[in-house]
Unconditional design. Structure first.
Length: 439
């Protein structure tokens, strides 16, 4: 029997902490770190794979700007020149060449005259055709398919064709230069490359004045084999073109694509006046017809001119004429980047110092014709007016006028200062013209 004051303990237990298993803890830590690294690696792979798609959803990639360098005269004193200058340059190059190979080797001069044989001429032709075949990699066939109904009310499709020229790549589209009339009001547009691969294309922009247009072919749809066989054309400097220069016509000068015709430049002084622009037109001795279009290249394989079907550029004739590519580059650049060509609608010419002095006309741009219903006529400009300023910029020539107009955009209002003749002579006035687009 327990005592009264004794403490009763039924259960006496002392709880001790479990000893730490350092080896097991280390293993778990290493495993956790390994899983974290593996998860991070997999996440990185998934993110890299899906990043382009995610960016296309939330931040669509912008087209790269397609820039076309502008040209300048390199021989202002003698733009038409003679072939004697070229012959002298070639002669000097021949003399210098041995010195490059072996400075101790003496130059040998051939003084005996030798007539050119048919075999020599054939060698020359073979070289020209070799250049043409190389540039043909930049030529495409553009087909515009129209829908119609015949006399029996049966629907049909009528394809129209013209040649085109690959002029650039903005990372999303391959850009093709062609004529608008072949794709005007069509159901679909197709581009056929030199290897006969055919893809759908879309119109980016066109110029209602010259009739040229730029198409876009999605790069992602072009097969790698096709990309390896085509090339982007080189747009050369046509400001220094001379009479007598050998040229090659490509495209469809006679209506059949991938033709190659050779000849010479016969004149570089002709010009054509269009709305808001004046262009130099080269004439050749190469046969052509009204159905032909394409490009003119030099012996370096550079495009120096376009010959077009458009009635406002080239009239029906027997020999090929081409518009200077250098004077079209700013228009082509705008169209390639999906921009409109600004338009106010005058046909003008430069009032030179001589003309100003002889006829007592202010220097500037003389309006030979204010086109009916064009923005210029709507604003009050008339035939016979002389434009002397656009905004705060002085206008002394058509080059000044064209340069400033191309900086404008559709909808811009520009202040034009002009002189108009009355009984007391020329009087200055101003008007506001809203820039439009020629369709």
């Amino acid at each position: 029997m327990p005592y009264k004051n004794d403490e009763q303990h039924f259960i006496k237990e002392k709880i001790k902490d479990k000893p730490v298993n350092r080896k097991q803890l280390l293993q778990k830590g290493i495993a956790t770190i390994g899983y974290a690294i593996l998860f991070g690696f997999v996440s990185c792979l998934v993110f890299c794979a899906l990043r382009p798609k995610i960016e296309s959803w939330f931040a669509p990639k912008e087209d790269q700007w397609v820039g076309i360098p502008k040209d300048t005269f390199t021989d202002e004193q003698n733009p038409e020149g003679s072939l004697a200058d070229d012959a002298q340059e070639d002669h000097e190059d021949v003399q210098k060449e041995p010195d490059k190979e072996d400075k101790k080797q003496k130059t040998v001069y051939i003084t005996e005259k030798k007539e050119m044989t048919l075999d020599d001429y054939q060698v020359l032709q073979n070289q020209l055709y070799k250049i043409g075949n190389q540039v043909n990699k930049s030529i495409v066939t553009v087909t515009g398919i129209k829908e119609g109904v015949d006399i029996f009310d049966s629907p049909y499709e009528a394809p129209g064709q013209a040649s085109g020229l690959i002029i650039g790549n903005n990372s999303k589209e391959l850009l093709v230069l062609t004529e608008y009339q072949v794709i005007q009001d069509v159901k679909s547009i197709q581009v056929t490359f030199i290897n006969n691969d055919t893809l759908d294309a879309a119109l980016k922009k066109y110029d209602g004045n010259t009739g040229i247009a730029v198409l876009g072919v999605p790069v992602e749809k072009i097969a790698e084999t096709t990309m390896n066989q085509i090339e982007t054309a080189v747009l050369g400097n046509s400001l220094n073109l001379r009479q007598g220069k050998i040229v090659v016509a490509l495209g469809s000068p006679l209506g059949t694509n991938y033709s190659i015709l050779t000849g010479n430049i016969t004149s570089v002084t002709n010009t054509i006046t269009t709305e808001d622009r004046n262009y130099t037109v080269f004439t050749t001795n190469i046969v052509s017809n009204e159905k032909g279009n394409g490009v003119l290249i030099n012996t370096n394989g550079e495009v120096i001119g376009l010959f077009l079907k458009s009635s406002n550029i080239q009239k029906e004739q027997n020999t090929l004429t081409a518009v200077s590519i250098s004077e079209l580059k700013d228009i082509i650049e705008l169209l390639s980047n999906g921009l409109n060509v600004p338009y106010i609608g005058i046909k003008g010419s430069t009032v030179t110092d001589a003309i100003s002095e002889e006829y007592d006309i202010p220097k500037g741009v003389y309006i030979k014709e204010a086109v009916v219903d064009a923005p210029a006529m709507t604003a009050g400009l008339q035939t016979g007016d002389v434009i002397v300023a656009i905004g705060k910029e002085e206008i002394l020539s058509m080059d000044d006028y064209q340069r400033l107009l191309l900086k404008m955009k559709k909808g811009d209002e520009i202040k034009i200062t002009a002189n108009r003749q009355n009984a007391e002579g020329y009087k200055k006035f101003t008007c506001m013209v809203e820039v439009g687009v020629l369709r």
